[in-house]
Structures are given as structure tokens and as C-alpha cells.
Design a protein around this ligand. Structure first.
Ligand code: GUN
Ligand code: ZN
Length: 468
């Protein structure tokens, strides 16, 4: 249901125009009609009040940003948040993940969890989510219906796995393919793909036979659907895949051989990708979902995002619940910045023995200046536009361009119960007179991204509707 009210939002807006360009408009007015952005004015003097059914005027400390796009989260694993993170991937899957996911055969239990899961992601500002479900298609359809009912934009994946899994949680190849095709049709029918869409979801190469991957590749082609999976997350996993597919030069090439690397493919992690794999991502215009909290929590490794970007690969961000213990994209953005600093240390520093002392030494001077860690603007782009691009929604959502659908968050840095003391009234006293409005808004935005949480997200809009 999209509101046919004509609404005007008046106040500061912040959004990404490109990877390196964050636009701040201190006195904007966005007109929204039938879910879309009709026009944006840059310096509001007259609101033409009579033309609008509703005018939302932002208060001091508030601003609008595009909604976050979480490109990798496991809805059933919401029950496991925070558990088992003293393990590495393959043990963690067997000890915590597979037992819990197998319970989603019970549709009533699934609905209970999915209701909480979708609400929690929305509350944290995720207006679009790429969800992994389980192998159970009925429960996955219920997830799609719940997302629709709560007003979230969502890609729903029924997981496929027909090998290397416990006998209580595995499928037969042909049944898995048949179920997936029927699942695609059911999800397409929820709202005609306005907000809810299917996404083909082989768990990872380890747990999918070649026959299954081939069949899924055919379904992707036939139904022109998006794809999500995991790639090169953990060294044990990469080794296993190289043993399973000695005929392939790399992990990524396995997906490519079966038609699963497309411009609407999102592969989570990509920590250990080789240059030729990154080239393949770039050539096929597939995307990486960077999941740093999960990579740190499960001890997988540090993904060098700059390296992928420098090869022209689109990178988005995922929370990877529950390898990542938090469903918050603000948190995922912060962890992305830390992971990038950490990648920089690896590239630019070495430990050397000098005069009997072990010192951390800068590597070649040249390398130090060449490697640039990610900044907040780039990370925010990845969490919004990068996500939109990864599933072909770059002309629909991700920033505030005229004609796009209005998926937005109304942020309030001054929330009384929130975690931030912003000292807005003391700005001049602290930093001197004469700062541009843009700079002040940018500082508020930084406060939110580094110190904020869901309490600072006052309202959530999807396709023009206030869903929270
Ligand atoms: N992080 C993570 N990696 C995986 N690889 C295969 N399955 C999973 C999963 O559920 N979580
Ligand atoms: Zn995952």
C-alpha cells in the first residue's frame, strides 16, 4: 500500500551521489507523491503549503538519509545472535547454525522468529534486506509475507543444499530444484515484485553438488532473478572447495561455470579472493557483500575492500546475522572502517628486529602513501547505493534522486533516551564562529554514524510509506 498523499519533507538531507561524493543539503525540501520523489528544492523559502496533504518539518538535530540496504543477513539465524562465536565457520555451522535452521520446518515457529527478525532489521534502519531463509520453502514464503506486511523491501532466498550437511538438514537435488522454481513463483506473486522479490540462494559451493548448481543457474536464466551466496570466507572452506572442484581455477570460477555470476549476484565475504577472481567479479558485474563483523567474530580474516574497489568491483555491506552478532547497519559501517584500518596496517607495516628490539616498521614509504583506508563517505555509499546496485535497484532506491522511490530514515541525533550528547548549542563555543551549515550537518551525521543506534532512528519510510 503506497500512500497517495503528497508530502513535503523540509530539513537537512545527506546522501551519496557517488562512491566519493557525499552530498549535504542543509535546507532541502523533498516532495514525495505515490511513493516517489517528485522534486527536490535546494533552498527552501516558500513551502507552498496549500499543495501538500502533509508537511514534515525537521527539528534541530534531525536530518534525512536514504534507508540502509543490508545485502547479507540470515533471518533464521536471528535466534542465534551472539552464540558460538568462539568457533570458526565450519564448526560453527555444524554446532549452532544447522541445528537451529532445521527447526524452521515448523512454520509457526518460523513465523514467530521472522516477525521479530524483520521488525528488528527495520528498527535499525534497514529498508531493504537480502535474506537467506532455510531449505523450507513454506517458511521462506512466510518470511516474504511478513516483510510485505511490515512494509520492508526484501529479497527472499530459499536456501539450497544437497551435500556435506547433516541428514536432518539436507535436500535431494531434484526436489530442491523443483521447490525452488515453485518458490520463485510464489514470491513473485506476493506483490508482483514491488517490494518483495525472490533470490536464488545456493548456501555455498561446499554444500551444493554440480547438478544442483547447474539447475539453479538455469532457473536464474529462465526467471531473470538475483543470486546470493557465500564465497571465499574462510581458509578451511576455500581448501575444501579446491578439493571438490580440481577442474576449476578458483572458488569464484565454480559459480561462474554454472551461470551464477551475473550483474544481480551478491557474494558474501570474499576475504581471500585472488586477482583473477576479482577480475571475474568485475567482468560479470557481480558484487561483494562485505561482512566485517562476521569476519572478525568467526575469525575468518580481513577483507581488503580497497583492493576490490580498485579492480572496479561493486562492494556493498552485510550484517551477516548471526556470524555477525548485530543486525545494525550503522554498526556494520563502523566495523567496515575498522576493518579497512586493519587492512592498511597489514599492507603498510611489518615487524622487524632492530637492535634487539621488535618494532613495527612502516614498509616502503611509497606503499604507505599509496594505500588509503576507506572513509565514512565511501562506507555510507556502500551501505546504500552499493547495495542498490548489487541487485539492480540503482534506479529505484539508494539515494535521493528525482524519480526514485522514497526509502528514507529520519534521524534525530538529540533523542533524549538515545546514546548521543551532541552539544549542538555549544558548537560555536567549541569550534568557533562562522562554520558553514553544511559542515555542522556533516558533523551531526558523523555523530550518528559513530555514536548512534536505533534510538536515533525516529521514522522509517519505504516507498513513501511510514513503516515505523
Ligand atoms: N557466515 C556464514 N557463512 C556461511 N557459509 C555457508 N553458510 C554460512 C552461514 O550460514 N554463515
Ligand atoms: Zn552468511
Amino acid at each position: 500500500m503506497t500512500s497517495s498523499l503528497r508530502r513535503l519533507f523540509v530539513g537537512p538531507i545527506i546522501h551519496s551521489k557517488s562512491l566519493n561524493e557525499l552530498e549535504v543539503i542543509p535546507h532541502a525540501a523533498i516532495s514525495v507523491f505515490k511513493g516517489r520523489i517528485e522534486f527536490i528544492r535546494y533552498d527552501v523559502i516558500d513551502k507552498h503549503e496549500q499543495e501538500y496533504e502533509q508537511i514534515v518539518t525537521l527539528k534541530k538535530g534531525q536530518f534525512l538519509i536514504p534507508g540502509f540496504i543490508d545485502t547479507h543477513t540470515h533471518a533464521p539465524q536471528y535466534v542465534n545472535c551472539g552464540l558460538g562465536l568462539d568457533m570458526q565457520l565450519l564448526d560453527w555451522l555444524n554446532s549452532y547454525t544447522f541445528p537451529a535452521e532445521s527447526r524452521f520446518k515448523d512454520v509457526e515457529f518460523a513465523k514467530k522468529v521472522y516477525n521479530k527478525c524483520v521488525s528488528h532489521h527495520l528498527k535499525n534502519g534497514t529498508t531493504t534486506a537480502l535474506y537467506f531463509g532455510t531449505i523450507h520453502s513454506e517458511a521462506c514464503v512466510a518470511l516474504g509475507e511478513i516483510a510485505k506486511q511490515k512494509g520492508q523491501r526484501a529479497f527472499i532466498g530459499k536456501v539450497n543444499m544437497d551435500r556435506m550437511a547433516p541428514d536432518y538438514y539436507i535436500e535431494k537435488t531434484q526436489e530442491s530444484l523443483k521447490e525452488t522454481e515453485s518458490f520463485i513463483n510464489k514470491i513473485n506473486g506476493i506483490d508482483g515484485c514491488v517490494l518483495i522479490r525472490p533470490i536464488v540462494t545456493p548456501r555455498f559451493v561446499v554444500s551444493c553438488t554440480s547438478e544442483l548448481l547447474e539447475g539453479l543457474g538455469e532457473l536464474v536464466k529462465k526467471h531473470q532473478v538475483a543470486v546470493q551466496s557465500h564465497v571465499s570466507e574462510n581458509q578451511g572452506e576455500v581448501k575444501l572447495v579446491s578439493q571438490q572442484h580440481p577442474e576449476c581455477p578458483s572458488y569464484t570460477h565454480v559459480y561462474h561455470d554454472y551461470g551464477l555470476m551475473t550483474e544481480k549476484t551478491v557474494m558474501a565475504h570474499g576475504v581471500f579472493l585472488s586477482d583473477s577472481e576479482l577480475d571475474l567479479f568485475s567482468k560479470t558485474r557481480s558484487s561483494i557483500s562485505h561482512c566485517p563483523l562476521s569476519n572478525f567474530s568467526l575469525g575468518s580474516g580481513v577483507c581488503d575492500v580497497q583492493r576490490a574497489l580498485s579492480k572496479g568491483v561493486n562492494v556493498s555491506i552485510g550484517t551477516d546475522v548471526s556470524g555477525g552478532y548485530a543486525a545494525s547497519m550503522i554498526n556494520a559501517c563502523r566495523t567496515t572502517l575498522i576493518a579497512s584500518q586493519s587492512a592498511k596496517f597489514n599492507v603498510t607495516h611489518d615487524y622487524k628486529d632492530t637492535d634487539g628490539m621488535i618494532n613495527r616498521i612502516k614498509k616502503e614509504e611509497q606503499q604507505e602513501t599509496k594505500y588509503k583506508e576507506l572513509g565514512l563517505s565511501q562506507v555510507f555509499y556502500m551501505a546504500t547505493m552499493g547495495g542498490a546496485k548489487s541487485v539492480g535497484l540503482q534506479d529505484t532506491v539508494g539515494n535521493f534522486c528525482v524519480g526514485k522511490e522514497f526509502d528514507a530514515l529520519l534521524v534525530d541525533v538529540e533523542d533524549q533516551d538515545g546514546p548521543i550528547d551532541a552539544f549542538i548549542d555549544d558548537y560555536e563555543y567549541l569550534y568557533g564562529e562562522g562554520h558553514e551549515e553544511k559542515k555542522k550537518i556533516l558533523d551531526l551525521f558523523q555523530r550518528f554514524m559513530f555514536c548512534g543506534d536505533d534510538r536515533n532512528i525516529k521514522n522509517v519510510y519505504v516507498r513513501g510509506d511510514k513503516v515505523l
